[in-house]
Write a protein that binds this ligand. Structure first.
Ligand SMILES: Nc1nc2c(ncn2[C@@H]2O[C@H](COP(=O)(O)OP(=O)(O)OP(=O)(O)O)[C@@H](O)[C@H]2O)c(=O)[nH]1
Length: 667
């Protein structure tokens, strides 16, 4: 126990002294040397008054390191420490809670959480108060605290009530009135969809005798001589249809499938059929390009049988119309067939109450701001209505039809351009009328929040996956080293490091000239392990390689000296002796034997050795007519030598300046 206390004391001293050295800047610590205690260092200029606060952290960190030195059989002080605070308190936790939130939920301070996560696979240094904790670490902290956990839903679910706006329940049958069909044109590339739409639109313009400029708003109405109307969505192709469906928008009542009579059923024809089937939307077949000599409409119908699309001629229920989009031949027959199907479908809607609709297209107009085209599906839209769509809302300022004509009302199935949006909604977004602007803001606010929550969930999923990956890698590493004694583990790690280095022969060759080989001997396993842990954290190998050629427990032996001689290394001993014979032998061979009784002194000594091997970096700043201030990475003594050899005019003056520089600035 005394020995353990001694080690603890040593570690604490090591922390304190290293800290003080850092604070006072009397010694330039090897910047790349990030041993196990580096997390306790302040970065930059340390303030002396920060010390008492940091001391707790240092002591805790030292304690955690100390725990590493305790043998497995002994009871870890950590457990007993926390078990003092044990209670079966139930803590409500949620996925993605932060360190601070967890601490608050446990009624502990943040350091308690950090402490509980020490010696786990999580990098405690990288954790901030607002860092989100993964499930496994939340469980770990709660477990170590001896508390019970209770998962709540997402934290915010408790505090934020769902304020979304939703569609109304199905309308009473008595309120329903017939409405015109909404039709999408689909088919294979080049089979004539655009030409067909253009022709239908022109027919409409001609029918209106307006001769005005038609406006592309994503949909247009065709009025039949009988007065029946059809709304065509004028973005052909299944891409737009799929996009709408992906957003859950059920806008289309009928699909007009265009198949070129000279080409027959092609890949996208089949895809269109599949889309129609998936959405359970009936089809009217437009066999196009029938004006062409090579047109073979019967062949098309036969081919379609293979896809369960049976035309009326073949005993099925699919109406097929032979058309020519180019000449406009039979287009009215196609429209009539569509109307007939719509009648069979008994399309009805409730034109009363708050509006429900779907955004078909949206764009920003330079003068008018965000503009959307919508198909109204329920209610009647009027100027001044308050709408929400996606994460935007509007007070309807202006409404217009596909001819750019201002309208005052829009009924179900009518395409309408809407102006007055605060932001641009997306095609497929559901439009809902709400009672007030404040309600619209509330809905939009909630949707933004809900989206953020979704994003957080997705992020957490990714984090969780990454965590699992790391955990697996960590477990593998543990399995690899787990059953090994620390000596074997250290040796394997050493070999691995060596192997890795040898992969880069060019770099290795460069480094060979700058290697510090060391033999480490300690009084007990624990002290050697502690030193090796510190050595393992050395990561300035690119400047000077640290090569551990041998380590072990016991006094310095002849074998150690021989090894050091072979590798041109230095022997470090902690709490061990080197007999006179050994010392003489080492001296004869020119081997340094450095014995220490305090670990931090040993580490410091090692740092100095490494520092002295670093390449010299010289900065020159003229400070007078003759004198120069010279700083270098090496010790002051080296600077002094350097300044002499540099044959500067005021070497002694320079040396003092340099020394002063080192002492004051800690360089
Ligand atoms: N002879 C003849 N040519 C037609 C007919 N319909 C379309 N075309 C021609 O076929 C070509 C393709 O027509 P589009 O309307 O662009 O075909 P689409 O299906 O919209 O093509 P994508 O937009 O690329 O999918 C054009 O050169 C049209 O002039 C038709 O009824 N008869």
């Amino acid at each position: 126990m005394n020995q353990k206390l001694l080690k603890l004391e040593n570690l604490l001293q090591l922390h304190c002294i290293c800290r003080q050295l850092h604070i006072l800047g009397q010694k330039r610590p090897l910047s790349q040397w990030r041993h196990g205690f580096s997390s306790a260092y302040l970065v930059g200029t340390a303030q002396p008054y920060a010390w008492p606060r940091q001391r707790d952290l240092l002591i805790r960190t030292a304690l955690s390191q100390y725990r590493l030195l305790v043998t497995k059989k002994e009871k870890r002080p950590w457990k007993s420490q926390l078990s003092l605070t044990k209670s079966r308190k139930e803590i409500e936790v949620w996925i993605g809670m932060t360190v601070e939130e967890l601490a608050r939920a446990m009624e502990k301070d943040i350091d308690y959480v950090y402490e509980a996560l020490l010696n786990t696979a999580i990098d405690v240094d990288s954790l901030e108060a607002d860092s989100h904790l993964e499930e496994v670490w939340i469980k770990e902290v709660i477990k170590k605290a001896g508390m019970k956990l209770k998962w709540s839903k997402l934290k915010q679910d408790k505090v934020r009530e769902n304020k979304d706006a939703v569609r109304r329940p199905q309308a009473d049958a008595a309120l329903l009135t017939p409405r015109s069909p909404v039709v999408t044109i689909m088919g294979h590339v080049d089979h004539g969809k655009t030409t067909l739409l253009d022709k239908l639109r022109k027919t409409q313009v001609a029918a209106m005798e307006a001769g005005g400029i038609t406006q592309h708003i994503g949909a247009f109405l065709v009025t039949m001589p009988s007065g029946e109307k059809i709304t065509f969505l004028d973005t052909p192709g299944h891409a737009a249809f799929s996009a709408m469906r992906a957003r859950g928008a059920r806008v289309t009542d009928i699909i007009v499938l265009v198949v070129a009579a000279d080409d027959g059923v092609m890949k996208q024809t089949v895809e269109s059929i599949q889309h129609a089937k998936d959405a359970q939307v009936p089809i009217v077949l437009a066999i196009n390009k029938c004006d062409k000599a090579e047109a073979d409409p019967e062949k098309v119908k036969k081919e379609l049988l293979a896809y369960d699309l049976v035309c009326e001629d073949y005993g099925g229920d699919v109406q097929a119309v032979h058309v020519s989009a180019l000449t406009g031949d039979n287009l009215m027959a196609l429209a009539e067939a569509t109307i007939a199907l719509a009648e069979m479908l008994e399309l009805k809607a409730d034109p009363t109450g708050p509006v429900e609709g779907t955004v078909i297209e949206s764009f920003t107009d330079k003068g008018r701001g965000p503009v959307t085209t919508a198909i109204i599906q329920r209610g009647t839209l009027r100027k001044g209505s308050i709408l929400v769509a996606g994460r935007s809302w509007a007070k309807v300022r202006l409404m217009f039809d596909e001819n750019g004509k201002t309208i005052n009302e829009a009924y179900p199935s009518m395409p309408v351009g809407i102006i007055g949006w605060k932001d641009l909604p997306s095609a497929g977004d559901e439009i809902l009328e709400v009672e007030s602007e404040s309600r619209a803001r509330e809905v939009v606010d909630w949707r933004k929040y809900a989206q953020e929550q979704e994003k957080n969930k997705d992020d957490l999923k990714i984090i969780e996956e990454k965590r699992k990956e790391h955990q697996e890698a960590y477990q593998k590493a543990r399995e690899k080293y787990g059953t090994l004694h620390w000596k074997e583990r250290s040796y394997i790690k050493y070999l691995e490091r060596k192997e890795q280095k040898s992969l880069k022969p060019k770099e290795k060759a460069e480094k060979d000239s700058n290697v510090l080989a060391v033999v480490i001997k300690g009084d007990v396993d624990g002290s050697v392990e502690a030193i090796l842990n510190i050595l393992a954290s050395y990561d300035a190998s690119h400047e000077c390689e640290l090569e551990l050629v041998h380590f072990g427990v016991g006094d310095i032996s002849e074998n150690d000296v021989n090894l050091a001689e072979t590798f041109d290394g230095i022997i470090y001993g902690f709490n061990v002796n080197a007999s006179n014979v050994i010392q003489q032998s080492a001296a004869k061979k020119g081997i340094k034997v450095k014995l220490h009784k305090i670990i931090y002194r040993l580490v410091e000594d090692l740092q100095e050795e490494l520092s002295s091997r670093l390449p010299c970096a010289v900065e020159e700043h003229p400070i007078g007519k003759y004198a120069q201030n010279v700083t270098c990475k090496r010790s002051c003594l080296k600077c002094y030598k350097w300044s002499l050899t540099a044959k500067l005019k005021w070497p002694l003056c320079l040396t003092s300046a340099c020394l002063l520089h080192h002492i004051v600035l800690g360089l």
